[in-house]
Design a protein around this ligand. Sequence first.
Ligand code: NAP
Length: 402
Amino acid sequence: MVDKITYSPDGHLQVPDEVAIPFVEGDGTGPEIWSAAVTVFDAAISKVYGGTRKVKWKEVLAGEKAFRKTGEWLPQETLDCFRDCKVGIKGPLTTPVGGGFRSLNVTIRQELDLYACIRPVKYIPGVPSPMKQPEKVDMIVFRENTEDVYAGIEWRAGSNEARKVIDFLNSQMGQDIRHDAGIGIKPMSAFGSKRLVRRAIRWAIDNGRKSVTLVHKGNIMKFTEGAFKEWGYEIAKDEFDNRIVLEEELMADPRDVPDRIVIKDRIADAMFQQILLRPEEYDVLAMPNLNGDYMSDALAAQVGGLGMAPGGNIGEEVAVFEATHGTAPKYAGKDMANPSSVILSGAFMFEYIGWSEVAGRIRASLEQTIKDKIVTYDLARQMRGAKKVKCSEFGRAIVDHL
Ligand code: NAP
């Protein structure tokens, strides 16, 4: 019987053997990469479990397909289904111009309170990379998803709202803001920052990682970014005291602490140098929204670009995994795009629901396919002696390697 994921009273995911998982195929190249990906998922599940476990994929609508069929870009039914089923996956979505949305992706994250955007970044051997030693990159980014400048509180220069805020700040708060300024607000709360850092530390503990680095710009933005760092240290000390050690303690008293997660912090601009120069010293990274936006794409570039980067947006109850690139509209309908991001996001999702054998099998087969130099156009153009295949052929090659 097809069933939904639920939670046990102690908060653990309970996954039935035949489980309903909703998916949005996405816009642009979305349908092609989804089709290649789902072929890989079903084949891997069947290979690992021989029919004793199955996913019943349940299509839900968002983006252009939803608009064509229902007149809405993001039907309430889609959000309800993700909420109900607890775990889902989506392809990339076009940002509608004038659709009343800042972005469909941001709306999905905010509506479902998927507060942590998690991006594992690990090098796959054979993938072309601008780094000399890309195999040193093995990090996982936890990016806060609901606050910071992405909360979308801003007013156009010259608008009544902008004028009101500027008048208030200039007359009541001793500021001297130019009257033709646009205004954006950067809210960052103790609640939002702490739950993100808590999640990152818990993940580090559960997955045997070595450190959690808080990445911030607190030297300049003291009461938002600086507070993020302070709240991060607070949660580490208050809730994980017997599982962590602070980097500054180790500097004062150097010793081996194999059973402890080292908590450190770095200023964001310096961190961009660190991920290039000393990537092996970093592991789990926790950061506010905008830093996380830049940092996760920069890290993805180090291991072969966004076409290869998986991602998941996770809240207390619901998780939606997704390709990290956009819809790549110029390749839509050409069966060319690289489906690896959705395939690896699926592997990440299977790991999340506890089907780790499936995740491992998918990753190993994808790695072997790339090692054999069977790749889509984006990688083929950077690899010597590669066999360039279509998106669907790449999916089938992964299935052959399972
Ligand atoms: P994009 O769709 O990510 O495409 C930019 C370039 O990245 C492509 O032209 C291509 O580079 C490469 N690329 C992206 N996906 C690829 C894939 N699967 N395989 C191979 N190469 C890939 O970014 P965009 O053109 O800025 O955005 C297009 C639309 O997507 C916009 O409406 C945007 O709002 C939306 N978007 C959605 C998401 C999301 O749903 N999560 C994220 C970002 C953007 P080359 O041409 O050099 O080969």
